[in-house]
Design a protein around this ligand. Structure first.
Ligand code: PAF
Length: 282
């Protein structure tokens, strides 16, 4: 493992590898690494000559300052995990000024409307922040392939749009959700949950699995009402939204069309921790 704290030291290494014809796999993270991140790194290793992992808690994608402050930061533990990888990893812990040389603001992007659905409705400016930080990373690192987990499925679609919009020479690769044995999707935010909350949060996957099972026999309205009713019973988990949407447009389903793919999306609060999850329905 080689750790870089600024772009001046990293740039010559990346240029040298490029000159040698190496492909570069990029795994962007905000740290507090878990098995889901590690699976992205494993896939990146399989498909590239070199792999770079970034750890950067990006301020512009948080619409809530408390969420930003409380986001788990455990860089030392993250580095131990990364150093245990069989293959060598480049790790970049950028300085704020590497990413935001002109001040900490985000650029506004038009992602064709998908930025206004679901997460976009509840987290103002979130996808502008994600677009800004990733555009900055793509420009600095010039990766061949970049890896994103499907837990943040809307983010994955946004990043694909970003690459197309900005004509970036990078392949955006979506990777399956990694789950705890309870079914709870792995997330850095899970580290903020107490045991009782962790147990109760497993309800998300149970609800999504039942929705998947009933999709086609019950309509979207019935399924939504059922999810709302089930979550009202919980004293720990509060629903923010549940939606069944077209995978490509992320617009809510109207009627099931045979050639379209649909997903169910959910966002909840467990105490003050916000969790999201989703499942492919067909
Ligand atoms: O998914 C995340 O962890 C973040 O949104 C990302 C892609 C690292 C950008 O800050």
């Amino acid at each position: 493992m080689q750790v870089f704290n600024n772009i001046q030291d990293l740039k010559p290494i990346l240029s040298q590898k490029k000159e040698q014809g190496h492909t570069l796999g990029f795994v962007p993270t905000m740290g507090a690494l878990h098995q889901g991140h590690l699976s992205l790194i494993q896939q990146a290793h399989k498909e590239n000559d070199d792999v770079i992992v970034t750890i950067f808690v990006n301020p512009t994608q948080f619409d809530n300052s408390l969420d930003f402050e409380k986001y788990p930061r455990i860089v030392e533990a993250d580095l131990i995990l990364l150093s245990n990888f069989e293959k060598k990893i480049l790790v970049y812990l950028p300085q704020l000024k590497d990413i935001y040389p002109n001040g900490i603001t985000s650029k506004h992007f038009d992602f064709g409307g998908i930025e206004n659905e679901m997460e976009g409705k509840f987290r103002t400016g979130h996808f502008d922040g994600v677009g800004t930080v990733l555009k900055s990373f793509f420009d600095l690192l010039q990766p061949t392939n970049a890896y994103f987990g499907e837990k943040d499925f809307q983010q994955l679609q946004i990043v694909k749009k970003l690459a197309a919009l900005e004509k970036l020479p990078v392949n955006i690769i979506g990777c399956p959700i990694f789950r705890e044995p309870s079914g709870l999707a792995m997330s850095s935010r899970n580290k903020r949950l107490r045991d009782e909350q962790l147990q109760e949060a497993a309800i998300l996957f149970k609800l999504l699995s039942t929705v998947k099972n009933d999709f086609g026999t019950k309509n979207a309205k019935e399924l939504t009402q059922w999810v709302e009713k089930e979550l009202k019973k919980s004293k720990i988990v509060t629903l923010e939204y549940f939606e069944i949407a077209d995978e490509n447009t992320l617009k809510p389903i109207v009627n099931i069309e045979k050639n379209k793919k649909y997903r169910a999306f959910i966002a909840v609060f467990v105490g003050e921790v916000r969790l999201i999850d989703n499942i492919a329905l067909n």
